[in-house]
Write a protein that binds this ligand. Structure first.
Ligand SMILES: CC(C)(COP(=O)(O)OP(=O)(O)OC[C@H]1O[C@@H](n2cnc3c(N)ncnc32)[C@H](O)[C@@H]1OP(=O)(O)O)[C@@H](O)C(=O)NCCC(=O)NCCS
Length: 182
């Protein structure tokens, strides 16, 4: 099992089969999934787990499993994911996060996300990262701001019905390196 990133309080690592029950509990929790169309069933969580593994194999990066050093608790994920749906900032890479609600409010997501930015700068050939969330998800937007991302615009998420309250999204971006000669 590979550890990709270490921060003062966290380990961002490969996933293990033992993570699956806590991952499924998190994805089934209506509080965690408040700003998604639906909480996930156990089967949907397992399919998501498999897609995450596949992205690591094909891209060399993905959504890292986040473990708390103090007690080795699996807390959720933070990491990178290819944007494949039909928007004008695709193809591109997003940075995203989801933690079990018992871990919220301690700055864990920004700590993990900042470390991902640094990792991407040092090890990955990615020029810029995006992040987006539905307008009411202020907690997630706050993480974007706390890690230094800049607000780009609002857009309608093409996979959410237009009339749905979660359709309107906010897009943030951070440049990791410039292609301009120094
Ligand atoms: C988004 C999430 C990862 C944040 O993780 P976290 O480790 O709790 O992040 P933080 O501890 O930095 O707290 C979030 C920030 O939002 C703020 N916040 C919390 N509730 C808020 C609200 N209702 N309105 C505005 N800001 C709020 C907090 O005050 C904090 O900012 P501060 O440090 O400036 O005070 C976590 O809430 C989560 O997993 N949510 C469910 C999944 C999700 O929505 N993922 C993002 C999908 S795009």
């Amino acid at each position: 099992m590979q550890t990709y990133i270490e921060t003062p309080r966290l380990i961002l690592r490969d996933w293990k089969e033992e993570d699956i029950p806590a991952f499924a509990r998190m994805n089934a929790d209506p509080h965690v999934m408040e700003f998604f169309l639906n909480p996930l069933t156990a089967e949907e969580s397992f399919a998501f787990y498999q897609r995450i593994q596949k992205e690591f194999q094909t891209c060399g990066f993905g959504l890292y499993a986040v473990e708390r050093k103090e007690d080795h608790a699996f807390m959720g994920y933070t990491g990178l994911h290819q944007i494949t749906f039909d928007v004008d900032f695709a193809p591109g890479v997003e940075i995203g996060w989801r933690l079990g609600h018992e871990y919220w409010g301690h700055g864990y997501a920004p700590e993990a996300a900042n470390a991902c930015l640094e990792y991407a700068r040092r090890h990955l050939d990615i020029k810029e990262l995006y992040s987006f969330t539905s307008l009411p998800n202020l907690r997630s937007e706050r993480v974007m701001q706390k890690i230094g991302m800049e607000r780009v615009k609002e857009f309608n998420h093409p996979l959410v019905p237009n009339e749905h309250m979660l359709c309107r999204h906010v897009l943030y971006r951070i440049i990791l390196y410039s292609t301009c000669p120094r």
